[in-house]
Design a protein around this ligand. Structure first.
Ligand SMILES: NC(=O)c1ccc[n+]([C@@H]2O[C@H](COP(=O)([O-])OP(=O)(O)OC[C@H]3O[C@@H](n4cnc5c(N)ncnc54)[C@H](O)[C@@H]3O)[C@@H](O)[C@H]2O)c1
Length: 249
């Protein structure tokens, strides 16, 4: 049985990596997917994959930080596609492993704008439809670095920890409308963000620190997202699920 049949799912940053995988996986479960990304080529790539199997979807090409731009596109799509049942706040940028002294105001703002402001921009717009239906699922994308920190890239850790805080606060605020808010906190998953040339040494060092002995794969995170999106999690809100091979317990 298709557990997501006819559910409208908006996934931010769905033009690459984890977001693309979520789009394909949830579409396979019967969801109608809105692919949002700043990267048109990437979003088209995800769209081609959904087309191939005849999955109903829409494209939303814009910068998640630009409220007005996002709102205009969203309102048009919502009219023809129906209101959003599930929002996956997934768009993110890499920390580039910077030391504190290298994190300028601009770099700090960009990190918090994509992760936190971006999540607000999308969440604010889906909430009225969810409140009207008394049904909604919001899934934020944190990271093990937001739970445990790391020695470089504190702006990334801070933004991801803030997403965990938002998840808990929004879960309490939105519970009266049966809107459940949870977070996934991925461990090390090879994607275009993490699998860049020059990262081989860091990746092999990291692998040694993972109790299960290997990195995860995008499907490990998509399965967690699908759980939070499905009826199986109907009594679960404000929680963080971290598929991470045991690296943060
Ligand atoms: N891959 C991992 O190991 C890992 C671990 C922990 C957390 N995460 C988180 O998972 C999420 C997905 O990461 P990924 O590994 O798939 O990376 P990715 O780089 O492959 O995908 C991120 C997507 O977000 C989009 N994006 C970036 N800025 C945007 C903006 N301003 N507006 C709209 N879209 C924007 C990018 O274009 C890209 O398509 C991120 O939030 C990331 O921090 C990833």
């Amino acid at each position: 049985m298709k557990s997501m049949k006819d559910k409208v799912v908006l996934i931010t940053g769905a033009g690459s990596g984890l977001g693309r995988n979520h789009a394909i996986y949830l579409a396979q479960q019967g969801a109608n997917v809105i692919i949002q990304d700043i990267n048109e080529e990437g979003a088209n790539g995800t769209s081609r994959k959904l087309h191939k199997f005849g999955h109903t979807h829409r494209l939303m090409i814009c910068d998640i930080r630009k409220t007005k731009q996002f709102q205009n596109l969203f309102e048009d799509i919502e009219k023809s596609f129906g209101s959003v049942d599930v929002l996956v706040n997934n768009a993110g940028i890499s920390s580039q492993q910077r030391a504190i002294e290298e994190i300028t105001d601009e770099i700090l703002s960009e990190m918090f704008d994509v992760n936190i402001k971006g999540a607000y921009v999308a969440t604010r717009l889906v909430i009225p439809g969810m409140k009207a239906k008394k049904f909604g699922r919001i899934i934020n994308t944190a990271s093990i670095f937001g739970m445990a920190g790391t020695d470089s890239g504190s702006h990334y850790c801070g933004a991801k920890a803030a997403l965990i805080g938002l998840t808990k606060a929004w879960a309490k605020e939105l519970a009266p409308w049966n809107i459940l808010v949870n977070a996934v906190a991925p461990g090390f998953i090879p994607t275009p963000m993490t699998n860049r040339p020059g990262k081989e040494k860091i990746r092999s060092e990291r692998k040694r620190s993972i109790p299960l002995g290997h990195e995860g794969e995008p499907a490990d995170i998509s399965h967690a997202v699908a759980y939070f999106a499905s009826d199986a999690s109907k009594y679960v809100t404000g929680q963080v699920l971290s598929p991470n091979g045991g690296i943060v317990i």
